[in-house]
Write a protein that binds this ligand. Structure first.
Ligand SMILES: [Mg+2]
Length: 421
């Protein structure tokens, strides 16, 4: 069985874990430079603070309703995230970190999965003060859907829901609208609706053939997963991929190049790491940038650049060097970018590499990468990075409402005042 563990209102929960004054109070977290709201708890949501709300527009209501605000404190959130992920290893040796506040784990056999979920929730809360929702099911897509149930019915589920019978799976699929299926994009949503499917159940009733033709192999995998057949696997179970990609939507749009350079460097590093995990090297690096096409009144730009490398490599430094060159070619000032990606193709097995007579990887890189991987595996959290990656996103940022770095800075450790009675 798979479980997804999702931290509730993660940034807000991290702040609250160290500041009891925030308990049951509306709280909103601001983006870099305190521009707009990127996370808020349910109390702030109930008061009408939408995601992405620009601070200057909502100043009045924030003061009126006494909504607490904080600058984003990524050192704190990153550290708390690592703690949660580390604790999950107590429940399973197989943990796949999916995002800063979500992880899939593979659960050992149990008589009572609902209880396992509750145990996970209670343990994480006891150790970190972070509330989580746990969805459990035979596949990843179903566990995601089970997690939706937990979020929708917090009182009934008490934080955990397990799909452990066929009847529950069918009931879940009939309840789940197409919109809320994990990984269904806009195009596929429209395709399914035109075909008359409104729920996940109706999606699974379509023929494999139709799904494959209209939604590609990715759609078919999703269908199988929803049918209870584990088809979307853990990243490291997928043996030797032909393409390696790290692509993400940003929390917010970025137009300054420095921010985008940092993201590309991080994606390139992640791709190179995946490449080395399967002992491959790549010959081609592709980078793409996209603005937010939903913002019709803003300047739109989408572009990609494909660069062929002079030699096959899996060095983070070389791959990033070319990824940055590709970025230089496509980046346009003044565009608000929402999404970017680094994609590596032309993969070959590193041990079967034909050495080029003249152009080869700097031999020092191999040793450096091996050391980097070993240290990062040993200490977790990818502590060893290139200088171009975001080491401290606090650099030169406006952060007027920043909380202390409770867990990563000695000078910010909580002070307890005790007195004898
Ligand atoms: Mg979450």
């Amino acid at each position: 069985m798979y479980a997804i563990i999702d931290c509730n209102s993660f940034y807000a929960s991290c702040e609250r874990a160290f500041d009891p004054k925030l308990i049951n109070k509306p709280l909103a977290i601001l983006s870099n430079n305190d521009g707009c709201v990127i996370s808020r708890n349910k109390e702030a949501k109930a008061l009408g603070i939408p995601m992405g709300a620009p601070l200057f527009k909502y100043k009045e209501i924030i003061t009126q309703k006494n909504i607490q605000i904080r600058s984003s404190n990524y050192s704190l959130y990153g550290d708390m995230s690592e703690r949660v992920m580390k604790l999950l290893e107590n429940f399973s040796p197989e943990v796949e970190v999916y995002s800063i506040d979500e992880a899939f784990i593979k659960l050992p056999e149990s008589e009572d999965y609902q209880q396992v979920g509750l145990d996970i929730k209670n343990y994480i809360f006891q150790c970190t003060g972070i509330p989580v929702s746990v969805g459990i099911a035979p596949t990843k897509a179903l566990s995601k859907a089970a997690n939706n149930i937990v979020k929708k019915f917090p009182d009934k589920t008490n934080g955990s829901y397990a799909i452990d019978t066929e009847a529950k799976r069918i009931k879940l699929l009939k309840w789940l609208p197409i919109n809320d299926i994990w990984g269904i994009g806009k195009g596929n949503k429209v395709r399914l609706q035109n075909k008359g499917a409104q729920t996940a159940y109706e999606f699974t009733q379509l023929t494999d053939d139709w799904v494959k033709r209209n939604m590609s192999i990715v759609g078919l995998r999703l269908k199988k997963d929803l049918e209870g057949e584990p088809t979307i696997l853990f990243e490291d179970e997928v043996q030797n991929k032909k393409v390696i990609a790290t692509t993400r939507s940003f929390e917010f749009t970025f137009s300054d190049k420095q921010n985008i350079k940092e993201r590309i460097a991080t994606f390139a590093a992640r791709c190179a790491e995946k490449l080395r995990m399967q002992t491959s090297s790549c010959n081609v690096v592709m980078v793409y940038l996209k603005s937010d096409r939903n913002k019709k009144n803003e300047l739109q730009h989408r572009a990609n650049r494909i660069l062929t490398l002079p030699y096959a490599t899996n060095s983070t430094l070389t791959i990033n060097e070319f990824a940055q060159k590709a970025l230089d070619d496509i980046y346009k000032p003044g565009i608000k970018y929402k999404r970017a990606g680094v994609i590596l193709t032309g993969l070959v097995q590193t041990d079967a590499l034909q050495l080029d007579l003249f152009k080869n990887e700097n031999p020092k890189h191999k040793q450096l990468m091996a050391t980097m991987d070993t240290l990062n595996q040993k200490y977790g959290g990818r502590k060893i990075k290139m200088a171009s990656q975001d080491l401290q996103r606090t650099w030169k940022m406006r952060q007027a409402y920043l909380s202390p770095e409770y867990t990563t800075k000695f000078s910010d450790i909580i002070v307890l005042n005790c007195r004898t009675i």
